[in-house]
Ligand binder design. Structure first.
Ligand code: NAX
Length: 327
């Protein structure tokens, strides 16, 4: 029997948390022979902590053989202690009339605190995946506070966007989902993201040859993927939760699977024209469990370059909004 992995989850009583924890405990994220201890962190709010107790009761009631313990806390020092994975989902939502700059700053303070604490108390092999929005910039902020843990351990999630793009391409081409490969998300997890359709393949053919409607690829396809979150809110009256949790399972599982090729947001080293020091969605290949290399060398045409420049510009602006916080 392997030693249990300690998995810290912030915002654990929220809607993504509710869709995620049961899948981690069932083995979907780390495999069917990997025991886990869940370290659940919530905001110091009575209602949230009470809800968390209910979630823990339900986890108990599932009798998951792999679940070896549950910690419930509103103290991040306790929650991140010795954690091998830190899944940062909790964030302050954008309130009515709230400016984007204020949202960035309010979340910036949360992620500065969490970055510092993770660096101080998490396990030496700790890896961090950020979901709470604005995810790329929150990830950059948390990583800015780390002195012990290297910045490549900090990744943000763009996998939901990749999964959305894969499905849209399959539907348009009228093929099974599994026929669509190598669709990657570049840039910010926001409507400015770029799903690089030109490199995707459908039944082994380049996507633009399989779907010859280039106006659809450049227009409605990119727009549908970029604005899918808003469409779900409009339809469901609440933001994506089960699909976001599922995407995080995919993000972490693929990062733990050598050879997997997938999109994650990582610290830019200038590839694809992204400014160094923004966290941008990119294609990566997992090398060893938890480690990856960015896949460089995909050619970008004029349309792709304009999309990359636009999403990079937004990331640079977000970084500027929080520059004074990170020093
Ligand atoms: P909920 O509002 O349902 O849950 C968030 C939870 O976080 C709450 O229970 C709250 O008490 C807790 N929380 C707030 N501040 C905290 C802190 N400092 N420490 C610990 N817990 C804290 O939101 P939910 O729908 O679960 O979404 C969570 C985040 O994911 C949001 O920021 C959302 O925008 C973001 N998303 C990101 C996605 C992505 O692809 N990167 C997609 C889905 C989602 O929109």
């Amino acid at each position: 029997m392997k030693a249990p992995l300690r998995v810290a989850v912030t915002g654990a009583a929220g809607q993504i948390g509710y869709a995620l924890l049961f899948r981690i405990a069932s083995g979907a994220m780390f495999g069917p022979d990997q025991p886990v201890i869940l370290q659940l962190i919530e905001a110091p709010i009575e209602k949230a902590m009470k809800a968390l107790e209910g979630v823990a009761m339900e986890l108990d009631d599932c009798a998951f053989p792999l679940l070896k313990g549950i910690v419930m806390t509103d103290d991040a020092h306790v929650g991140f202690k010795d954690a091998n994975w830190c899944l940062l989902i909790g964030a302050k939502p954008r309130g009515p009339g709230m400016e984007r700059a204020d949202l960035l700053k309010d979340n910036g303070r949360i992620f500065i605190g969490q970055g510092k604490i993770i660096d101080a108390v998490a396990a030496d092999d700790a890896r961090i995946a950020v979901v709470g929005n604005p995810a790329n910039t929150n990830c950059m902020i948390a990583a800015s506070q780390a002195k012990r843990l290297p910045s490549d351990r900090f990744t943000a999630m763009v996998r939901l966007d990749q999964n959305r793009a894969q499905t849209q391409l399959a539907k348009k081409a009228g093929v099974d989902l599994t026929a669509v490969k190598d669709i990657f998300i570049y840039g910010n997890h926001s409507p400015s993201m770029f799903p690089a359709f030109a490199h995707a393949t459908i039944d082994g053919k380049a996507a633009p040859d399989a779907i010859t409607d280039s106006a659809w690829l450049q227009g409605p396809f990119c727009e549908t993927v970029g604005k899918r979150g808003a469409a779900i809110i409009a339809a469901r009256g609440a933001s994506s939760a089960a699909s976001a949790a599922n995407a995080l399972v995919d993000h972490v599982r693929d990062l733990m699977t050598p050879g997997a090729i997938h999109s994650i947001a990582v610290k830019s080293n200038g590839a694809y024209g992204f400014d160094a020091n923004v966290w941008a969605g990119m294609p990566v290949r997992t090398t060893t469990p938890g480690a990856y290399e960015v896949i460089t060398g995909y050619a970008m045409d004029a349309f792709a370059q304009s999309k990359l420049a636009a999403t990079n510009k937004e990331l640079v602006e977000e970084r500027a909004f929080v520059a004074e916080l990170i020093g």
